[in-house]
Design a binder for this molecule. Structure first.
Ligand SMILES: *Cc1c(COP(=O)(O)O)cnc(C)c1O
Length: 362
C-alpha cells in the first residue's frame, strides 16, 4: 500500500486520490492509443476531446452560459496580473483594485507598470485581517474594471459578499477558492485561477471571460498576451499545458461526480466548522488571525501562544501525518489549507490532533 499523508500544502496542494488513480492507470497507454496523453499531440483527437470536455465542465459547474469563454493559459495567476491591464486598461482609464493582501498587492503593482491604478479599498492598515465591505469600495467613472481577490491564501480571508459593480467589469482572482462553493459566477466579467490549489497541478491557469469584456480587449498586443488569441484558438494557439488540462478535466469530473458545487460546498462548510469551532472554543490557545466575518473556508490561519509552541505543533503534526501546515513565511504561525481535494476525514483527524496537542500543552 502506498504511503499517503494528509497534505495541507497551500499550493501546489493535495489532489483527489481517485483522480491520481485514474492518471496512474492511464499513464502509459491512454485509452488504447499506445502512448501517454503527455506524449500525444495537442492536435490529436484524444487531446481535442479532453480540451473541449474540460471547457464545458468549467461552464457547467460554475453555472455559466454561452456568453462565457474558457481559456487554459500558462504563466500562472501572476501573469494574469499583467495581462489584465494589458488587455483592458485604456489610456484615459484607471484600473481599480481592492487590496486585501499579498496577491492583490502584486496585481496592483503590475497595473501600475502599465497605466493608472486606483485603490478602491484596502485593509492594509488593519494588517489585512478583513475584507472591506462592499460599501467601502469606491472608484471613479473611468474605471476600466474593478479587480478583487476572492480568497487571500496567505492572510486567510475570503469574500462572503461581493460588490455590485453595475457596468464596470468585475474581475476576480479566484486562484484559491474557485469551484469550492456556490456563488453567482456570472456576475464576474473575468475570473482567473492558477490550477494548483483547487483544480489540478501547477502549470495551467484557468481564465473565464464574458463576451462583453472580451469585445473590449485592446488590439496591437503581443499575440500570446491577447485574450482574443486564446479564445479564438480554443487555447490551442501554441502548445498548451496539455497534461495539466487533462488532470484538470479529471478533477472537474470528480467534482461533478460528487454532485457539483452544492455537494462540495457542504463538505467544505463542515471542514471549516471543525477547525474554526476548535479555535472559538479555545481562543487563547488557537488565536485566529482573520476577523470572524472574513474568515476563509480554504486557508485557516492562526497563531499559537508562542513561536516555540508553533514549532512543536508543526513538528508533532508532521509526525502524526499532517503536513504543510506552516504559515506562509511572510506571516508565520500555522495555516491549514483545505481545498476541495482535502478529504473530510483529514480535517476531522487534524481536529483531533489539535485537541490532543492543546490538552498536553495548555
Ligand atoms: C497562489 C496564488 C497566486 C499565484 O499563482 P501563480 O500561479 O503562482 O502565479 C495568485 N493569487 C492567489 C490568490 C493565489 O492563491
Amino acid at each position: 500500500m502506498t504511503h499517503r499523508v494528509f497534505n495541507f500544502n497551500a499550493g501546489p496542494s493535495t489532489l483527489p486520490l481517485d483522480v491520481l488513480k485514474i492518471v496512474h492507470e492511464e499513464l502509459l497507454d491512454y485509452r488504447g492509443s499506445g502512448m501517454s496523453i503527455m506524449e500525444s499531440s495537442h492536435r490529436s483527437p484524444e487531446f481535442d476531446a479532453i480540451n473541449n470536455e474540460a471547457m464545458s465542465l468549467v461552464k457547467e459547474l460554475l453555472g455559466l452560459g454561452d456568453n462565457f469563454q474558457v481559456m487554459f493559459l500558462t504563466g500562472g495567476a501572476s501573469s494574469q496580473f499583467a495581462m489584465i491591464p494589458m488587455n483592458f486598461l485604456g489610456p484615459d482609464q484607471v484600473g481599480a483594485y481592492v487590496d486585501t493582501g499579498t496577491w492583490s498587492t502584486k496585481a496592483i503593482k503590475e497595473c501600475e507598470i502599465q497605466g493608472k491604478m486606483h485603490l478602491a479599498a484596502s485593509s492594509k492598515d488593519a494588517g489585512f485581517t478583513h475584507i472591506p465591505a462592499p460599501a467601502e469600495i469606491t472608484y471613479p467613472d473611468n474605471a476600466a474594471y474593478l479587480h478583487i481577490t476572492s480568497n487571500n491564501t496567505i492572510k486567510g480571508t475570503q469574500y462572503h459578499q461581493f460588490p455590485d459593480t453595475g457596468n464596470v467589469p468585475l474581475i476576480c482572482d479566484m486562484s484559491s477558492d474557485i469551484a469550492s462553493r456556490r456563488i453567482d459566477y456570472s456576475k464576474f466579467s473575468y475570473i482567473y485561477a492558477g490550477a494548483q490549489k483547487n483544480l489540478g497541478p501547477s502549470g495551467v491557469t484557468l481564465g473565464v471571460i464574458r463576451d462583453d469584456l472580451l469585445a473590449r480587449c485592446k488590439t496591437g498586443l503581443p499575440t500570446m498576451h491577447s485574450y482574443k488569441t486564446h479564445v479564438e484558438k480554443k487555447s490551442l494557439f501554441n502548445t498548451p499545458p496539455s497534461f495539466g488540462i487533462y488532470i484538470m478535466k479529471l478533477v472537474l469530473e470528480w467534482i461533478k461526480g460528487q454532485g457539483g458545487l452544492e455537494a462540495v460546498e457542504k463538505i467544505n462548510r463542515t471542514k471549516k466548522d471543525i477547525i474554526y469551532g476548535l479555535m472559538d472554543e479555545h481562543p487563547d490557545f488557537f488565536k485566529g488571525t482573520a476577523e470572524t466575518a472574513s474568515r476563509s473556508w480554504m486557508n485557516v490561519t492562526m497563531r499559537l501562544p508562542n513561536e516555540d509552541m508553533e514549532k512543536a505543533f508543526i513538528a508533532e503534526a508532521k509526525e502524526s501525518g499532517f503536513v504543510g501546515i506552516k504559515g506562509h513565511r511572510s506571516v508565520g504561525g500555522v495555516r491549514f489549507s483545505m481545498y476541495n481535494a482535502m478529504p473530510l476525514e483529514g480535517v476531522k483527524k487534524a481536529g483531533e490532533f489539535m485537541e490532543t496537542f492543546r490538552k498536553a500543552n495548555q
